[in-house]
Design a protein around this ligand. Structure first.
Ligand code: F6R
Length: 369
């Protein structure tokens, strides 16, 4: 049932274009407007929402972090992301105008379930983003928006992550449309761009030969760092988590802007650092700032592995390796830039002879607090 792949993880990484396409399917009408009747939720109450809190654990929480950038931009509704287990036990400010969005592949994660129950007790409206029909978290929520990634067998999450970002984006665009804000008109345009993403993920997957080679060379690395900024920051965190989980290598993800506030002290000659570079078209000159970061760490001897938009020549002088991804609007970039990091972790772990589907000490769903 691995369909010719060496592991479920390899198969699931390869299924990501479909996971995104299926999660978009049926969520727009013929005119391109978002239709989420499946939510069966009071639209007037949704229009009154004054704050959104995204709760999740692990990889799903990184989908939440990505979503914060997008949802605030599209809706102007203040949006927080919190690890479900932290949210639950700290007296959060939540009321009947708060929308709590949980994100969970399994729908059974106890930490996330407890956060949802707590939010409901406090009067919040709750929407579950979930990959598993009939699971507990959707049942305990006011509404559910399913991701359609299909069953995820490998313990570490890959295709569910891309489907989660897709679904939470659909929800954010729907809210923008519903509230008629600045981005109401743009929601359809973004949906069009999203529909082009699966083919671009395939382009990334088809070009992974060099990433696999690098991963095999790096099997003995004691530590790997990951830097990203804006939506590339949660991508860096996810890249580090995948490497820890699959290859048992010490890995850390940082916001690139934090570099000079501490982490740059870790950089010594030969230290591998992945850098997720924003598109040159990203607002506020973020691209240039990250290119400067690459220059800074390279000057201290780092081995720079740079993920950049195709045709971005500015990284060439400072990159030991360049991994190119197709052009997409900045907010959609995580759906492409995380893929090489998943492949890297999976390949490196396989090179070490590890079981990538069943990493040590981990369970597919964590049903205890
Ligand atoms: C990472 C991973 C975990 C899960 C987390 C939440 O590869 O699989 O971090 O993402 O345990 O699980 P769900 O999404 O089932 O709530």
């Amino acid at each position: 049932e691995k369909g010719g792949f060496r592991s479920f993880m390899d198969k699931e990484i390869d299924e990501q274009p479909q996971a995104v396409a299926d999660t978009l399917l049926g969520r727009t009408d013929a005119a391109g407007a978002l239709v989420l009747d499946e939510l069966r939720i009071d639209e007037e109450a949704l229009k009154r929402v004054s704050k959104i809190v995204l709760v999740a654990c692990g990889t799903a929480s990184y989908a939440g972090m990505v979503a914060k950038y997008a949802i605030e931009h599209w809706t102007r509704i203040p949006c927080e992301v919190e690890l479900a287990h932290e949210f639950r036990y700290r007296d959060p400010v939540v009321d009947d105008r708060t929308l709590v969005v949980s994100i969970s592949q399994s729908g059974e994660t106890m930490d996330t379930l407890m956060a949802v129950k707590h939010a409901r007790e406090l009067g919040a409206m709750t929407i579950a983003i979930c990959n598993t029909h009939g699971s507990t978290i959707p049942r305990e929520s006011d509404a559910v928006l399913y991701t359609h990634a299909g069953p995820e067998i490998a313990v570490a999450s890959t295709k569910a992550f891309l489907a989660q970002i897709t679904a939470v984006y659909v929800l954010g665009l729907y809210l923008a449309q519903l509230r008629g804000g600045t981005y109401a008109d743009e929601a359809q345009a973004v949906m069009k761009e999203l529909h082009e993403v699966p083919a671009k993920i395939r382009t990334v997957l088809d070009a992974m030969g060099r990433v696999r080679e690098i991963a095999r060379f790096m099997a003995d690395s004691p530590a790997v760092l990951f830097l990203g900024r804006h939506v590339g920051y949660p991508v860096a965190m996810e890249g580090a988590l995948k490497l820890k989980e699959l290859a048992y290598i010490h890995a850390e993800g940082f916001a690139a802007g934090e570099l000079k506030h501490g982490p740059i002290a870790l950089v010594e000659p030969g230290q591998p650092v992945f850098v997720v570079v924003p598109s040159p078209s990203t607002e506020h000159g973020l691209h240039g700032k990250v290119v400067s970061n690459i220059q800074e760490i390279r000057a201290r001897g780092a081995r720079t592995l740079v993920i950049a938009e195709e045709g971005d020549e500015s990284v060439v002088p400072f990159a030991d390796e360049i991994i190119s991804v197709p052009t997409v609007p900045t907010l959609l970039a995580p759906l492409l830039t995380v893929v090489p990091l998943q492949v890297f972790a999976c390949e490196l772990a396989s090179a070490k002879g590890l079981d990538v589907d069943q990493p040590r000490n981990l369970a597919k769903s964590v049903t205890v607090e």
